[in-house]
Design a protein around this ligand. Sequence first.
Ligand code: FAD
Length: 520
Amino acid sequence: MAESTVPLTDAETDVLIAGAGPVGLVLALELARRGVAVRIVDTLPSPTTESRAIVVHSRSLDHVEMLGVLPALLDRSRVARGMAMHDGDTTVAEVSFEGIRAVHPFSAAIAQTDTESLLAERLQQLGVTVERSTALSGFDQDAEGVDAELTGADGRTRRLRARYLVGTDGARSTVRHGMGQRLEGSFAGEDFLLGDVEGEHHYDDSQFHTFFSPGTGTGLLFPLLGERVRVFAQLEPGIEPDRPVTVEWLQQALDERGIRLRIREAHWLTRVTLKHGQVPRYRDGRVFLAGDAAHIHSPAGGLGMNTGMQDATNLGWKLARAVQTGDTAGLLDSYHLERHPVAADVISFTTRLSAAGTLTNPVAQHARNVLLHLGLGIPAVAEKMVDRVEQQNVAYRHSPIVGGSGGTLKPGDYLRLDDTVVAQALARHPGHLAIRVPGRGSPEPLPTPLPDGIEELAVTERDADTLRRSAGLPHGGLVIVRPDGYVGHIAADAPAGLRDYDRLLSGVGGEETALQHAVG
Ligand SMILES: Cc1cc2nc3c(=O)[nH]c(=O)nc-3n(C[C@H](O)[C@H](O)[C@H](O)COP(=O)(O)OP(=O)(O)OC[C@H]3O[C@@H](n4cnc5c(N)ncnc54)[C@H](O)[C@@H]3O)c2cc1C
């Protein structure tokens, strides 16, 4: 386990995380498995019983694998291998996830409660317990750390000093408020009826289903384990906010949207109004925001929790490095620069998805259906759509902390190889990986010893061949993989590549240069 720079007392920690939802738990795991002292507090006396987000997408599954939780998560999931779009009884388009270039070319449908309990169990194995009935109620920061005020259920307060504070405290975030930030964006709230129910239906259990519905709003159906399904019915604006949600109302809403599901039993019924919004800055000095605290959007596409979990994966290794080496300049700013555009893109995608699903003009509906049918019949178009839904399109090519050359595989891209499961290597070694790509007939070794925190990842000849072609290294070279699985650097000259990458991570050139680079 790596040491923190200065010994800590009981009233101090390296990182304080406010909020033990899925995002806070992933962040705590990312820090704890790197030996960083972490405290995680939550207002609730016990975990939520609301199943909420029910999809873990393909890219997030890789990250879950790095945390050592994947087999348990898949045990409790139904695997979804595609999606279908329906207009009444007509299936307008179907797309399969199986063609995507991913280690796990599918989604896992699992209740958020199960996802959270698996993450919390793993965290406990690493010696960290969520401190419940404990709310973060205020904070101040200075150059060296953050003074946090914690309030217990009895109203008593205590103070905790942390080097860094991360607000993963959800849509009503106290940390966001304390940073003086607001969610900004389009505030046309979308109103959904939502149910986890059991009942008969004839839809393919290995697909997610979207139902377009003129005038009444989109419907969604996600098969879960066993007989259970999650259904959403988007409501027309103006329905009285206090109307109680009943099985009868949900059944009627499903019928109106042409969803042929007979509800037998309801496990959870609720109504949710969601707005689209994002904070302008994910970082203010030593305080960060991640997950719903930083961005909220429509549940269409099931991207909310996934985007948040990936925020945590991105921030985790950077905070660990900052704690352990003191290097913070460009590295910590790169969290905002890399992750803010991802959530902005999700918001724009889900807004368009919702708008397409609720067209009322029959001519526009017909055009949409024809376009979807023809468009998604073209493999390249279908692939693009699926990459988006499965978040395989996420890359950080414009990040100031990636560098070097490249071919079709560029610095900032996520690395997937045919034989070597990079996520498994990163589960064993939570630092950087260096892949030596030998030139044909010239097996030049990597410089030894490798810098601290970098371990060599040996790949098969087939993977090396792929990298020679895709990374633009016909005569061999070096590919550095970041702890989150993205390519950090590609260089033909391995020693120079290692030096250049270290300079990038250490923020040589200053934060302003890094920011200008990213914006440019
Ligand atoms: C009804 C509903 C249905 C949803 N359905 C879907 C879906 O189908 N698909 C999808 O992708 N997303 C869905 N979402 C959104 C999804 O649940 C969120 O994106 C996800 O929970 C975000 O995780 P998080 O960890 O950022 O925040 P949260 O899960 O909200 O967790 C925040 C935690 O912080 C705690 N907290 C709050 N304030 C403080 C404080 N001051 N101090 C300490 N702790 C604090 C809270 O108790 C909570 O445990 C749904 C949300 C709701 C409400």
